[in-house]
Design a protein around this ligand. Structure first.
Ligand SMILES: Nc1ncnc2c1ncn2[C@@H]1O[C@H](COP(=O)(O)OP(=O)(O)OP(=O)(O)O)[C@@H](O)[C@H]1O
Length: 392
């Protein structure tokens, strides 16, 4: 929903504001590039303009809602609104409020939210809120019984007044927040296509790190849809990153998994994790990534006890980031639904069971190394070198 004639998207960012001027300038430049890419990817016409420290998208009414959606799927953006641009003149603002109220008010409570950046103006935000509220009231009182509710209104009319222009808007669509993608170093994301790992990758992207997705092909243990599930979830993630390369490194792990199943019982899942991390480390070396991201959460599986995570992590010097470490499963599921990876993650992958009957929950490194197949880590490095790059 937008005011008649809306021609602009107001883009609000959050954490970028907390930065020093130099860092902010750097981050805003990346944000603008990402907004441009999001518009282009969706074939939405719009010109991104960075004025007054906050980007605006100039567009036309036909494209304005799509431009809001594009902005609201861009990391770093807290919210976006479709707005009409006008002179910073009270009468002009009231005319638009009048027209907007007649078009969109359908009863219930309303409020005006006024922000004024230019403190030199001869009127205050309160003046505009009071007078604008009266304009809205008078526009609709013949047909409805309007009510003002500043706490929890059914409809909010937004007015933002800057030095050279003013904006009137209705809705604010929430964005993901975080930092612009590309403002941090890349990370290798181990993506299995289950519910957790795509969410973990998304969380890293949200903090500005582009991901290098790595999927380990489990061969006959993977099941027919296992790979498809992983690829589909990365495809969903790639929609949040139109100007980044999210091709997936598919690492051939089938033989190593078969060896683990044949030769190892206790600790098998932990050695498999060590294989994953070592392969990820190799790809990080090749791509200049500065860490590894996994979907592990403490205590979620037997391989994810605090002790086991401590032991398996020692296979690499790179930091292993686990953004979901402290999350409950229900929270992770809710996030997966929100970002759009849930339905692909829950495709039945028909995997064959790799886990042994008795799970190791209290691994000791020496004990594990004593039973791990010889050369497993070298095989991980070689498998990473043999990985092919797959378009998700
Ligand atoms: N085949 C795989 N390829 C790449 N990474 C994997 C693979 N299997 C597991 N991982 C990584 O190891 C982590 C822990 O493995 P786990 O067995 O719990 O995964 P899962 O339950 O199959 O998937 P998810 O954790 O995504 O729900 C995953 O979150 C993921 O980061």
């Amino acid at each position: 929903m937008h005011p008649p004639g809306a021609d602009t998207v107001l883009v609000r960012h959050g954490d970028v504001n907390t930065k020093s001027t130099t860092v902010k300038r750097y981050m805003l430049r990346i944000l603008v590039e990402n907004l441009e890419a999001a518009l282009e990817d969706r074939s939405v016409s719009g010109a991104v303009d960075r004025r007054w420290h906050r980007p605006l998208i100039a567009t036309d009414e036909g494209d304005v809602e799509a431009a809001v959606e594009a902005a609201a799927s861009t990391f770093g953006v807290v919210s976006a609104s479709a707005a009409v641009t006008l002179e910073p003149d009270r009468e002009a603002i009231y005319d638009v409020l009048d027209e907007t109220a007649r078009r969109h008010y359908t009863g219930g409570s309303f409020a005006l939210e006024v922000n004024r950046a230019d403190k030199q103006l001869p009127y205050t935000s309160e003046d505009v809120a009071r007078e604008g509220g009266t304009v809205v009231w008078e526009a609709v009182e013949d047909e409805f019984e309007p009510e003002v509710d500043l706490e929890d209104p059914d409809l909010t009319f937004g007015v933002e007044i800057r030095e050279e222009e003013a904006f009137v808007y209705l809705d604010s669509v929430s964005g993901p927040g975080g930092l612009p993608l590309g403002s941090q170093e890349p990370m290798v994301a181990l993506v299995s296509g289950g519910i957790d790992s795509p969410v973990a990758a998304y969380e890293m992207m949200k903090r500005g790190s582009p991901i290098v997705p790595v999927y380990v092909d489990l061969g006959e243990y993977g099941g027919i849809d296992h790979e498809a599930r992983a690829m589909e979830t990365v495809r969903v993630l790639s929609q949040y990153a139109p100007n980044f390369d999210l091709r997936v490194y598919r690492v051939p792990g089938g033989e190593a998994v078969a060896t683990l199943v044949e030769e190892m019982e206790t600790g098998r899942m932990l050695s498999l994790r060590r294989f994953f991390y070592r392969a990820a480390e190799r790809i990080a070396e090749q791509t200049g990534a500065s860490g590894i991201v996994t979907g592990e959460a403490i205590g979620q599986k037997s391989s994810q006890t605090a002790q086991n995570l401590g032991v398996t992590s020692r296979v690499t010097d790179l930091p292993i980031h686990r953004p979901l470490l402290t999350r409950d499963k229900q929270e992770i599921v809710a996030l997966a639904r929100e970002i759009g990876t849930y339905s692909d993650s829950t495709i039945d992958a028909g995997c064959n069971r790799v886990a042994p009957d008795r799970a190791e929950t209290n691994a000791q490194l020496e004990r594990l190394l004593a039973v791990e197949p010889d050369g497993l880590l070298e095989r991980a490095t070689a498998a990473a070198d043999d990985a092919d790059l797959v378009e998700p």
